[in-house]
Design a protein around this ligand. Sequence first.
Ligand code: ADP
Ligand code: 5GP
Length: 202
Amino acid sequence: MTEGSGTRVLVITGPSGVGKGSLIAELLRRFPDLRLSVSATTRPPRSGERDGRDYHFLTPEEFERRVQAGEFLEHAEYAGNRYGTLRSEVEPERQPVVLEIEVQGARQVRETLPEAVQVFIAPPSVDALRERLLGRGTDSPEGIRARLARAEEELRAQDEFPHVIVNDELPRASRELIDRVATIWPRPAGRATARPDREGST
Ligand code: ADP
Ligand code: 5GP
């Protein structure tokens, strides 16, 4: 990890089903130079998910081998599976990158990349979260139970985060997220990292 590289890292965290993916999709439309880090997981692919695009789908053995090899920036267990951000997703270029990760991982990034900008996405209520998880239709009843149990702990952690956005209505929350990111990265993300005054040969 190069010095200062965390300044171009944006972490979006919050409970599963709160709308992180939906908000990030809007963010990527607004900041075309921003890249979404593709996480690794031991969870089986959902219908329509593609290896290398949605996740790097790894066997538990391969995931553990990579943990031992120090290949992860952060990793965590979540609802019976392992998830993690490979350093290779964050390191190769100086392009701004967004990580969509759960709270334990966000805490690890806080330690290793303290300059990374961290945003917690909160639901308007736990009932709304349950409805979104049910409505998404991607998780088994057991998976939804595990996610909701975890959500209670995660919601208690929101005060640890400097930015908290309530995803009540998607267009409103999306505007709030875009405005905050635009304030943090005043130039279009990506070009901000290529300014001559930052990159000059001194
Ligand atoms: P996450 O990435 O945090 O797990 P998703 O982006 O997959 O969450 O959203 C979960 C479900 O909730 C999806 O079906 C999505 O369309 C829906 N959703 C997202 N934001 C809102 C919102 N503000 N109001 C109602 N439904 C929402
Ligand atoms: P899902 O199984 O719904 O895709 O993801 C479950 C949870 O794992 C979500 O809260 C998601 O944000 C989180 N997650 C996805 N990728 C990573 C990762 O690389 N690291 C960590 N710590 N969490 C992740």
